[in-house]
Design a protein around this ligand. Structure first.
Ligand code: PMP
Length: 456
């Protein structure tokens, strides 16, 4: 592991100096350790957006100078994203709202009757759009290792040959365990069996270079707000054929090339080909521009340098947690698995919501608790199997209370390019103190959230 002195500095992000109140009345600097939900904006993204903002204008629908400029910037942003993802020549970039939107768009665009394959360990955004679109989905059981995932996919694809078209959806890095999935190997197997692949890179793209060409995936989806660009845009990028043949995602202006009244009184529409087909309505130019700014900033900082820093922080975090016997880190692939800066755990004798609320109220540390929109995976990792009832546990009553009892939800700590080492150290010190001394305050359930009880 490199010494911290050899590492690059954290990238400047907004909110780094924000002070938050503790339940005691003191104030401390906020430790944002929930990057996997939404990462703070890169200062550089914010500055670039601010510099563009006075020139903001409509896109693809205005004769004025600022409309022309905004249209150019919007289309340039598309090319920046294409370079960032190392797309193939005839791939396209569609701007969407976020990963969920991108995957729903694709689900509606695949040819009718396409069979979809996905591991049950996926985030709900990768798990659910296919069945919602009326497609038949084969859900594969949670694998124990990356090798087993590849073998299970090969077996499933060989066993189920129905359907002219097949699609496999996989998440590059888990939003629960942070573990990396063997995307290139899975893609090779999928392609051998005639299945196309869509990569959910919501958690991968902020941490790793994603080369569509090298991974050979057919599509990739990610969200701006997890890529330090929280302005409401996301991306679906990849092969054009199915997208161009599909009905537009939304019907309206921008997607239609011509609309004319027919002699019988009906309306005939000719839709655009290319990204415009699925971008009806006025596009989110600020969101697209912010994503492009983030792509530039991350590429210039260099993923190698960013990863070296992140791996150092991961090493510090996992070593620190390993010294606390009451902490159990959740993992599908085991302690040696490669991961990004996302880690979930449970604490023996603690309700996860209670623990997370105490980290916030008593230490100013922001993490997340729950099932992280990946219910089957978290339930499997907690030892209850992928099924089971809703599991929002009662706050305040530490539960499980007996050693060895299983917790009903988990705590997730996640970080990235803007995280200083001090946040990881403060987090570890807080976990140690809570485990050894307990919470100093009383907590209660308020509308389903666990909060410090400040009533007198
Ligand atoms: N996939 C993964 C792996 C995620 O972590 C998330 C967000 N937690 C999503 C998809 C959905 O992203 P969004 O909420 O930005 O649509």
């Amino acid at each position: 592991m490199p010494a911290s002195l050899d590492l690059c500095a954290p990238l400047a992000v907004l909110g780094a100096d924000v002070q938050v109140p503790l339940v005691s009345g003191e104030k401390v600097g906020y430790a944002a350790l929930d990057y996997a939900a939404s990462s703070p904006a890169l200062q550089r993204v914010w500055d670039e957006v601010a510099a563009y903002a006075p020139y903001y204008g409509s896109v693809h629908r205005g004769a004025g100078y600022l409309s022309q400029l905004s249209t150019d910037l919007f289309e340039q942003s598309r090319r920046t994203v294409a370079d960032f993802l190392d797309l193939r020549e005839d791939d396209q970039v569609v701007f969407t709202r976020a990963t969920t939107d991108s995957l729903n768009l694709l689900a509606g665009a695949v040819p009718a009757g396409t069979r979809v394959f996905a591991f049950e360990t996926e985030h709900h955004a990768s798990l659910l759009p296919w069945r919602q679109a009326g497609l038949t989905v084969s859900y594969l059981r949670a694998p124990d290792s990356p090798e087993q995932a590849v073998a299970a996919l090969a077996e499933a694809l060989a066993a189920d040959t129905a359907g002219e078209h097949r699609l496999f959806c996989v998440t590059g890095a888990s939003n629960v365990t942070g573990e990396l999935w063997p995307v290139a190997e899975l893609t090779r197997v999928a392609h051998q069996h005639g299945a196309r692949v869509v990569l959910d890179a919501a958690q991968l793209a902020p941490h790793h270079r994603v080369s569509v060409r090298e991974l050979d995936v057919d599509w990739v989806a990610f969200s701006g707000h997890k890529l330090y660009a929280p302005f409401g845009a996301g991306v679906l990028a990849g092969r054009s054929d199915w997208l161009d043949a599909a009905e537009p995602y939304l019907a309206g202006g921008g997607a239609s090339r011509t609309v004319a009244r027919e002699v019988d009184g009906s309306v005939a529409v000719e839709w655009h080909q290319g990204p415009a087909r699925h971008e009806a309505g006025s596009p989110n130019v600020i969101g697209a521009y912010a994503i492009a700014a983030a792509c530039r900033a991350l590429s210039e900082a260099g993923f190698e340098a960013l990863q070296a820093r992140e791996q150092y922080l991961i090493g510090r975090l996992t070593a620190g947690l390993a010294e606390i016997p009451e902490v159990r880190v959740l993992s599908l692939f085991g302690p040696q698995a490669a991961r990004v800066g996302v880690l979930s755990f449970v604490v023996q004798g603690w309700n996860s919501s209670h623990f997370s609320a105490a980290l916030s109220a008593e230490y100013g540390i922001g993490v997340r608790d729950g099932l992280f929109c990946a219910h089957p995976l978290v339930r499997t990792l907690l030892g209850g199997g992928a099924g089971g009832p809703g599991s929002v546990s009662e706050c305040g009553a530490p539960e499980p209370s007996l050693p060895g009892e299983r917790s009903l939800n988990a705590i997730r700590v996640s970080f990235g390019a803007g995280t200083p080492e001090e946040h990881i150290d403060r987090f570890l010190a807080a976990v140690r103190e809570l485990v050894s001394d307990g919470a100093r305050w009383n907590y209660r359930n308020e509308g389903g959230r666990c909060v410090a009880d400040t009533r007198r």
